[in-house]
Design a protein around this ligand. Structure first.
Ligand SMILES: NC(=O)c1ccc[n+]([C@@H]2O[C@H](COP(=O)([O-])OP(=O)(O)OC[C@H]3O[C@@H](n4cnc5c(N)ncnc54)[C@H](O)[C@@H]3O)[C@@H](O)[C@H]2O)c1
Length: 439
């Protein structure tokens, strides 16, 4: 099949490369010329494990192309995917659909035969109806069907997730569109990935409900972590104790500094707005978003408390800046409000991230960026693990201790145990565990 992918970001590039790998002919389009130029030179604009090889192989085989010309890609395509960004709209938190609507108008003008237009971007309920209206209005002669096919991949494991999804959700009641979607996803279907055909509005809501539920799970265990600290319990064992119950499941029960990233923060807020618009307020999700927001600065207070409550003039070393490991994505990373709060308290911040430094630089000011965990720790009164990159899992504590002003580790991802760290003479703070509970 011929596929046009509009938007060559995290989702568009991964989806496009994977569809090409299934044997389809894919053209990825982006209006960002520098991104397309880089891709045409074999440079991958984002960090995603395995993506460089996948793109190179499929580009070499002639199945994956990159262009800034949307009409060229659309006019021959059987399916056109909209994978542009849907950030939070400034001011009110609704999903900003201006990129989706603009793409729909451009696609409409280029449609030349029956084409399935697929919304892969995360969009509020009813967006498919609006995309359909825009296309029909812009090009009344166009033959098309608009389908919702939300994407569930996780950055850092995006290729694996795309190729081995828990499910594929397709929202359409158009018979021809259903056939095209089945054909596109046939390799996964043969691998027994369940494909859920449903209504378009239902598919749109599935995506938001899934993200809101996962954000709720994280926030729930974070609040249990706060309680565990007060009562002398260990949140990791609580998580294991509840996660072994199949009705609950063990995933997304890791206490930490609060969720961030390009999806959960904006998607929870957009869902809350949809709920309010339709007179069906989502009180649980409202609480989740508020609790998560408050948590980020609370983590700075935890760092301050580990140093006796005053960090003015002290140096804090931050390890890990991206919102999670194995990605360079800094969107809504918890490290940003944490660093700002530490600076507000008068601390000097040094930071290191294995891949996200270039993306982080424009997002946090007055930070000394370092080239390793060890140079970052030099002269610091506390070392704070914010993102659990593999290389932070086996730190040489003896080496760190020699250059730090004080031997204090604040582990916001519970990578270490208190017993292990204190053996090296470090004071240790983590999330939802008291030293007594873990020692
Ligand atoms: N990043 C994720 O992990 C993830 C996972 C699931 C779903 N999603 C959803 O997928 C969508 C895309 O997310 P992303 O992280 O890939 O965004 P992104 O910002 O990385 O990429 C979007 C790309 O679209 C391009 N673009 C915008 N308008 C265009 C137009 N008219 N024509 C051509 N290109 C255009 C931009 O230049 C940009 O390169 C969002 O709705 C997001 O919520 C993201």
């Amino acid at each position: 099949m011929r596929v046009a992918m509009i938007g060559t970001g995290y989702v568009g590039l991964v989806s496009g490369a994977c569809f090409a790998d299934f044997g389809h002919e894919v053209t990825c389009v982006d209006k960002d010329k520098s991104k397309i130029d880089a891709l045409n030179k074999g440079k991958i604009p984002i960090y995603e494990p395995g993506l460089d090889e996948l793109v190179a192989n499929n580009a070499r085989a002639g199945r994956l192309k990159f262009t800034t010309s949307l009409p060229d890609a659309v006019k021959t395509a059987d399916a056109v995917f909209i994978a542009v960004g849907t950030p939070s709209r400034r001011g009110d938190g609704h999903a900003d659909l201006s990129f989706v609507h603009a793409a729909a108008r451009e696609i409409a003008a280029a449609l030349a035969h029956f084409t399935v237009v697929v919304t892969k971007s995360t969009v509020p309920v009813g967006t498919g109806d609006e995309v359909e209206r825009i296309i029909a209005e812009t090009n009344p002669k166009a033959e098309f069907a608009v389908v919702s096919n939300p994407e569930f991949l996780r950055e850092g494991a995006a290729i694996q997730d795309f190729k081995h999804p828990d499910r594929i959700v397709v929202g359409t009641d158009d018979v021809k569109a259903r056939e095209v979607m089945s054909e596109l996803y046939r390799p996964l279907y043969l691998n027994r990935a369940p494909i859920l055909f449903t209504g378009r509005r239902t598919a749109e809501l599935v995506k938001y409900a899934a993200n809101a539920f996962l954000a709720t799970k994280i926030t729930f265990i974070n609040e249990i972590a706060d309680l565990a600290e007060k009562v002398g319990a260990d949140v990791q064992e609580v998580a294991r104790g509840i996660g072994l119950d199949n009705r609950i499941g063990s995933k997304f029960l890791h206490a930490g500094p609060g969720y961030g990233g390009s999806c959960f923060p904006k998607d929870t807020v957009a869902l809350i707005k949809t709920g309010l618009d339709y007179g069906a307020p989502l009180r649980i999700v409202e609480a989740v978003a508020a609790v998560n927001d408050a948590r980020k600065r609370a983590m700075a207070r935890k760092v301050s408390a580990a140093l006796g409550g005053d960090i003015r003039g002290k140096t804090i070393a931050v390890l890990g800046l991206t919102f999670k490991p194995k990605t360079d994505d800094m969107r809504e990373a918890p490290s940003i409000p944490l660093i700002t709060a530490l600076q507000d308290m008068g601390a000097k911040v040094r930071a290191y991230d294995p891949v996200g430094m270039e993306q982080a630089k424009p997002m946090v000011g007055n930070v000394t960026f370092c080239d390793s965990a060890y140079s970052c720790a030099e002269g610091a009164s506390a070392l704070v693990i914010v993102t659990e990159w593999e290389e932070f899992r086996a730190l040489d504590f003896a080496r760190l201790k020699k250059t730090m002003a004080k031997a204090v580790l604040v582990d916001l991802r519970n990578v270490y145990s208190a017993a292990e760290v204190s053996r090296h003479g470090f004071a240790y703070e983590s999330v939802g565990r008291t030293s007594k509970a873990t020692a």
